[in-house]
Design a protein around this ligand. Structure first.
Ligand SMILES: [Zn+2]
Length: 276
């Protein structure tokens, strides 16, 4: 492919990733609103579930439906100067930033893996991790419904990455984590939530052997750093509640990134491309 085709292809991938990012950031906020927040008692569960997907995007302050201009990933935010057109309230920068992040992830991960399948499905995995981050950071809660999506998209991504199905060692990783966290939960109930008992083994299973070590270490390292940096002056760290689901999700992302870097650099090595 020549350069201009490559650039056009990368631009399409970017728009694809940004659009999925835009969908999931909206979904994550609606999950908070309809299942945890003010509207959790409105209507039946299926009705609220329907609202999650069909409601047009609207301003969180005045409820006006946002213009189609605003729906353009990233650029929409700048076209509208980050403000709602009717009430002039500022909209969160989290929208353009997460769209940018999702777009870049698709482009970069495709470049590194060369797998179209992985590039197509990974943003969905990322989206569901983001929902976990949202619910755990705001309400210390992880939804097991969301865990099924994480497991499903994770397995599809893994297949495109290694072209192998999970093996017996991955199952042992799962059982090891499940046993460990269940024991921890039973012995020291205040220390962890039941969500962690369900999520950590599934995440470790997706990482596989020996990458679960990377997952475990990066999750707790990031959790420790963030907790220390974000504590208030004089506040004790003992007994401080930490939303581990947030850090497990970030740790899983870093493990995928490391895995891809490792295989990408390991297989390709430093070779000189002589095709040009
Ligand atoms: Zn508004």
């Amino acid at each position: 492919m020549d350069l201009s085709t490559n650039i056009a292809f990368a631009a399409l991938q970017f728009i694809y990733g940004a659009a999925i990012g835009s969908f999931y950031i909206t979904t994550a906020e609606r999950v908070l609103l309809y299942f945890y927040g003010k509207k959790r008692k409105e209507g039946t569960k299926p009705e609220r579930l329907k609202k999650l997907f069909i409601l047009p995007s609207h301003c969180p302050h005045c409820k006006t439906t946002v213009s189609s201009l605003h729906l353009i990933p990233i650029l929409g935010f700048f076209f509208t100067k980050g403000k709602c057109k009717s009430c002039q309230n500022k909209l969160s920068w989290i929208y353009p930033v997460s769209e940018l992040f999702f777009g870049l992830v698709v482009v970069i991960f495709f470049q590194m893996t060369g797998s179209m399948g992985f590039a197509i499905f990974f943003p969905f995995l990322l989206g569901h991790l983001m929902i976990s981050i949202y619910t755990d950071a705001n309400y210390f809660s992880l939804d097991y419904e969301n865990l099924f999506f994480i497991l499903g998209f994770g397995l599809v991504c893994n297949y495109f990455l290694s072209e192998e199905l999970p093996g017996l060692t991955d199952l042992f990783v799962f059982l090891g984590f499940a046993g460990f966290y269940l024991t921890l939960y039973l012995v020291y109930r205040k220390g962890i939530g039941f969500g962690d008992v369900l999520f950590a083994p599934v995440f470790a299973f997706l990482c596989g052997h020996p990458w679960w070590m990377m997952f475990l270490n990066s999750s707790y390292l990031i959790a420790t750093i963030v907790t220390i940096l974000s504590r208030k002056k004089g506040e004790s760290l003992r007994g401080k509640a930490i939303p581990m689901g947030v850090f497990f999700s970030i740790g899983l992302f870093f493990t995928y990134l490391s895995k891809i870097l490792f295989f990408h650099l390991g297989i390709e090595g430093i070779t000189i491309d002589e095709s040009e």
